[in-house]
Design a protein around this ligand. Structure first.
Ligand code: A2R
Length: 314
């Protein structure tokens, strides 16, 4: 039963087994939701109903939507790691574009009108021309992942306009926190520092630490999704961001400050430097703040401490 109400709300999370899916699942369960999860590979959590499904398979997703009949759908499933998308463009487009299309077709054919939250990406804005990106700015996707998310966004709006789907669009910027894969910078640094503390590594390898990004704690991100599902306007796009630029070198120093290391050796690794990497990207979060009760609750310095602890215990 949802806290303060008389009824269970049945929410489907696509991509439940992922980093964000896990945190969203925890949040919705804590609010009393009935959670149904879907992912490509097996996922075990006795508190939820899980469906193993590849969203690229239209029949599979249609079957699940018909059977589950969710009232809310958080659509997270995607190939989310940009370097992997550069190696596998067709897989990326199939998962993000066709996967989204398959989900919407399944909903359209079900003749039900659940509330949907589409998770896009702040990557769609591309290179910054100065200042924070607002939802009114033009999009200029600069890599395969961003182009796939931009295309899926257009499809999402089309399904809202043509078929009346009840869907809110989000553009999350960078997020991090306990449980994140060490493929991503913050988690990679934290993991390497924990290994240096344990004496099994001598130096830390980094990519380009001069770029600036807009970071939120993942728990603030999933709370924004939850609040947008409550108060967001269908068809509207919302940045999910901190409104604040933070350099990767600053993140690294913050992690060092949480560690026991005295003068850690840092080595630059050219293989970690990405093609088409934008120097700075920050999202204006005023629309999210003005239309919902969302406020970021986690201090990023504390998040870095938790991330380091996560890898120390791993
Ligand atoms: O492939 P699995 O079993 O690890 O599941 C991942 C799921 N996923 C899929 N589910 C069904 N059919 C597919 N073809 C398919 N491909 C991927 O999406 C996993 O549960 C989730 C992705 O998790 P992560 O890679 O950890 O991404 P994260 O950080 O949780 O990102 C969530 C959303 C994505 O839309 C990102 O593009 C956005 O937030 O930033």
């Amino acid at each position: 039963m949802v806290l303060g109400s008389e009824q269970w709300v049945k929410a489907l999370i696509t991509g439940v087994s992922g980093f964000v899916g896990n945190h969203l699942c925890e949040l919705l369960l804590s609010k009393g939701y009935e959670v149904i999860g879907l992912s490509r590979s097996e996922f075990k959590d006795s508190r939820i109903e899980f469906h193993k499904c590849d969203i690229r398979n239209q029949e599979e997703i249609e079957q699940i939507i018909k059977q589950v009949n969710p009232e809310e759908i958080y659509h997270l499933a995607a190939l989310s790691y940009i370097p992997e998308s550069l190696k596998a463009p067709i897989h990326t487009y199939n998962t993000i574009i066709n996967g989204t299309l398959n989900l919407f077709e399944a909903i359209r054919k079900s003749n039900k009108n659940p509330k949907i939250l589409f998770v896009g990406s702040g990557e769609v804005y591309g290179e910054s021309t100065g200042g924070a990106f607002s939802e009114r700015d033009a999009i200029q996707p600069a890599n395969i992942y961003a182009a796939a998310k931009a295309c899926a966004e257009i499809i999402t709006q089309q399904y809202k306009n043509t078929f009346g789907l009840n869907v809110i669009l989000t553009r999350p910027f960078n997020h991090t926190g306990p449980g994140q894969s060490s493929l991503y910078a913050c988690s990679s640094f934290a993991r390497q520092i924990s290994e240096m503390e344990a004496g099994v590594r001598e130096f830390i390898q980094v990519g380009n630490i001069n770029v600036e990004r807009d970071f939120l704690d993942v728990r603030d991100v999933v709370n924004a999704y939850y609040m947008l599902m409550l108060d967001g306007v269908s068809g509207e796009i919302y940045n999910v961001s901190s409104n604040y630029a933070r350099s990767i070198s600053d993140i690294l120093n913050c992690l060092f400050a949480h560690s026991f290391l005295e003068s850690p050796m840092i080595i630059s690794d050219n293989q970690k430097i990405r093609l088409n990497e934008t120097a700075s990207r920050v999202g204006d979060n005023s629309k999210l703040i003005s239309q919902t009760d969302w406020r970021p609750e986690h201090n990023l310095d504390d998040t870095m401490g938790e991330l380091l602890d996560f890898w120390r215990k791993y």
